[in-house]
Design a protein around this ligand. Structure first.
Ligand code: NAD
Ligand code: ZN
Length: 253
């Protein structure tokens, strides 16, 4: 391990232990990149010349539900094949150790839960679910739908992915819980988010205003870097494994 990462991971571990269970994680697409799920703004983020911003909107769905569903079916195929990586697993282990209170995620892939984490607040919904545009019934998929767009098993209405699209409000309960967590966090670990999708991107700011120590893990600088107390420039899995190792080391010292 390089010395720089080891030193930063040691400082991050100190902040986590100092928080005495009041550490919260805030994650974005970057934490799942090493599980093979492309980020929106990464180099593999394009699909058929469309941008996420043009497909993940209520207007796009009204215009062409089949096209939007084809895009989601393709993303579902990737998500259903994906496995949690060491970064998701490290967070779940910190939770089991009583050191991590909860993870607030912008991801829709369900990989935190797959890693065994119990407390997960999903700000943008989950791609494994759909809901009826007519009666609101929710459907949980075990595999991508064969036919798109899929129909509601209850009323025959059009199903839509149970995710938050650009221009839509966040689920109220999840947002309230996230704000509460941000305000009670003594340490916030921000992993793999570009920090530009609002209002989710307010979470690190709220925590900072409340004097939390901010640890940022990302492969590049982001707008959150400015308020980060500890910035680790490394892939999520490598950084989280290093932090977990340091936490265990400091616990036995
Ligand atoms: P984003 O695509 O805007 O940004 C990803 C960030 O992760 C970037 O800052 C990038 O530098 C960083 N990153 C890339 N690889 C990394 C790695 N291996 N380790 C650490 N960091 C890495 O993602 P966002 O900020 O989450 O916002 C995009 C929106 O798109 C979210 O609302 C989310 O719902 C959605 N989305 C979700 C998924 C998913 O569920 N896995 C995938 C793509 C997009
Ligand atoms: Zn219905």
């Amino acid at each position: 391990m390089d010395l720089d990462l080891e030193g930063l991971a040691a400082r991050a571990a100190e902040a986590i232990l100092r928080a005495q269970g009041k550490t919260v994680a805030f994650t974005g697409a970057g934490i799942s990149a090493e599980s093979g799920i492309p980020t929106f703004r990464g180099k593999d983020g394009l699909w058929r010349r469309f941008r996420a911003e043009d497909l993940a909107t209520p207007e796009a769905f009204e215009r062409n539900p089949k096209l939007v569903w084809e895009w989601y079916r393709w993303r579902m195929e990737i998500v259903f094949r994906a496995k949690p990586n060491p970064a998701h697993l490290a967070l779940a282990e910190l939770e089991r150790m009583g050191l991590l209170l909860c993870t607030i995620t912008q991801n829709v892939d369900g990989l935190h839960q797959a890693a065994g984490q119990k407390c997960v607040v999903e700000l943008h919904g989950n791609i494994r679910r759909a809901r009826c545009t007519r009666c609101g019934y929710r459907v949980e998929f075990k595999e991508p739908p064969k036919e798109v767009p899929p129909k509601c098993p209850r009323c025959g209405g059009l199903l839509r992915p149970d995710v938050v699209w650009f221009g839509e409000p966040l689920p109220e309960e999840a947002w309230q819980k996230a704000v509460q967590l941000a305000l009670s966090a003594k340490t916030l670990i921000v992993i793999g988010t570009s920090g530009i999708v609002y209002p989710a991107a307010m979470i690190p700011q709220l925590a900072k205003q409340n004097n939390a120590t901010i640890i940022e893990i990302n492969v590049q600088d982001t707008p959150i870097t400015e308020i980060a107390d500890i910035a680790i420039r490394a892939p999520a899995s490598k950084a989280m494994q290093a932090i977990l190792t340091e936490v265990k080391k400091q616990l036995t010292q």
